[in-house]
Every structure is written in structure tokens, then in C-alpha cells.
Design a protein around this ligand. Sequence first.
Ligand SMILES: NC(=O)c1ccc[n+]([C@@H]2O[C@H](COP(=O)([O-])OP(=O)(O)OC[C@H]3O[C@@H](n4cnc5c(N)ncnc54)[C@H](OP(=O)(O)O)[C@@H]3O)[C@@H](O)[C@H]2O)c1
Length: 283
Amino acid sequence: MVGRAVAAHCASLGDEVLACDHAALDITDAAALGGFFERERPEAVINCAAWTDVDACQSNPERAFLVNTLGPENLAVNCRRRGALLVTLSTDYVFDGEKEGFYTQRDDPNPQSVYAAAKLEGERRAQAASARTIVVRTGWIFGEGGRNFLSTAVRRVLAGERLKLIRDAYGTPTYAPELAARLRRLAERDIPGIFHVVSGGEGASYEEFVQSALTGLAHDRALLESVSFSSLQRPAPRPVNSRLACLLSEALGMKPLPHWQEGLKDFVARTLTSVPSGGISIN
Ligand SMILES: NC(=O)c1ccc[n+]([C@@H]2O[C@H](COP(=O)([O-])OP(=O)(O)OC[C@H]3O[C@@H](n4cnc5c(N)ncnc54)[C@H](OP(=O)(O)O)[C@@H]3O)[C@@H](O)[C@H]2O)c1
């Protein structure tokens, strides 16, 4: 999801973009990466690749660490060797969720799941392997392509399925195209460190997030059940609060990203289309 948005944004600005999917380049394959860097000599690498199935990571730590820890490290090693800048994505899940309010770079990570632990170690190893590394933590991303919580939830409700919505777990929804633009901007600034990048606003609960997307769409409200965070048992633990704020972006003169509700309006307008029966379909 983010990779497509980044490739589209960079191409729209006239960058020479080499967008690689998993089949084209496996970030766990050191030899393939070495060959790629030798051949292509990128000036900057924006790493959006990851194993993002949080529950599946929980039962397969080996693969989680291979992709989410060694992958970014491999990229950083090659970036350092070739004098390239690395921007690599990480997650709000590196925090345990116990804090009230927003997590900043002053807060100590305390990952609660295999996915989160692997991502945190990926941040650290990438930074250790190349000083010219920018780590970007983000969360609750919505946008076109890939799997994302919001599209899945909306699609299920529009298809008439029941949906449980957590009312008391909070995050900062982030619109993929806005995130993509900020990733490129950060690459341009070339200031190493950890950045928290999320859409503007005060964040939201899952329930508010999904209900905002459904506003204005014909759906059966009776399908929506409001539940508490503690009532859902999932294989991998998630933080109950993972809202992010950044200490650096504004200090560097970068404005907050537009409010997530603005992004949501754009996303809904782009991905929801009327069907002849007068119903709604989601792409
Ligand atoms: N989505 C969110 O809400 C969210 C929140 C916080 C942080 N993030 C982070 O943001 C980044 C982008 O997330 P996303 O939502 O865009 O994820 P996504 O849609 O799942 O995309 C991840 C991509 O990485 C590819 N990939 C997996 N293993 C790979 C490997 N070994 N080598 C190369 N490519 C590989 C996947 O390909 P296959 O599917 O073909 O394997 C997939 O195309 C990730 O770092 C993620 O941890 C996401």
C-alpha cells in the first residue's frame, strides 16, 4: 500500500523511480540486494517492504525477524556501501500502549508482539549499519492497494456482514498519499533520526475511524457492534493506545500533515463507486 503511494508520488515529481515488489527484489536476499545496488546505484532507498501480518508473525518469529529485522539491515548495509540514503518504515506498535496521550521520540519502546519486536530491532540494526538512516514510525495507514484494516472493515459492512468495532483503543489514522509525500520530503532533507509521521488531528478510536468512513454510505447500522478492547482475543497483542506525535518535524519547519478526516474523504471518494442498483461497491 505505502510502496505504491511512494512510487506514484516520486514519479509525479519527476524522480527516476525503481519500484520493486517482492517478486522483483527480496530484501532478505543479500546477494540479490548486492547485485541490485551494484547495477542501479540508487541515490535514496525508501523501504516500504515488510511482513505486515501481525498475527501471522506471532506464530512465525523466524520469518518475522528475517523480513522485518534483517531486511532493513541488509538494505542499510548496501546503502552505506554505495553512499545511498535509507528511509525505512517502522510502526506505532513498538510502544506498549500504556501511556495516555501521544507517544513521541522521548518514549521508550516496549514492543508487545513478535511483529513489533522485529520492527524495533529492524530500526536499530538499520541505524547501526548506516548512519544515513531515517526511521519513520507511523500507524493506522489507509489508502489504495495492499491490505488495510479500514477497507476490509468497510467492505464487510457494505456486504452485509456484522462487524465488531473497538471503542476504547486509539491510534493516529494516516493517509498513505500524505505519508508518501512526507517520506520523500524527509529523504530530501536527509537528516538521520527517528521521525513519527501521522496524519493531523487528535487520533481516533477504531470505532470512530470506521464510522467516519461509513458516513454518507448506505449501510445497516445494526451490523455494527461496539465492543471493548479487552473483549477481543487476538493471537498477537496490540497496544491499546498508539497515537504518535513528532518532536522533530515541526522543529525542522515541516507542517503537520492534513487532518485524517480530509484524507478519509479523499480516500472514500476515490475508492467507493456507485453501482447500478443504487448500492455501493468498494474497489
Ligand atoms: N498498514 C499499517 O497500518 C501500518 C502501520 C504502521 C506501520 N506500517 C509499516 O509501513 C510499511 C508499509 O506497510 P503497508 O501497509 O504498505 O504494507 P503492505 O501493503 O503489506 O506491503 C508490504 C509489502 O512488502 C512486501 N514484502 C514482504 N516481504 C518482502 C521481502 N522479503 N522482500 C521484499 N518485499 C517484501 C509484500 O509483498 P508480498 O505481500 O508479496 O509478500 C508487500 O508488497 C511497513 O514497514 C509496515 O510495517 C504499516
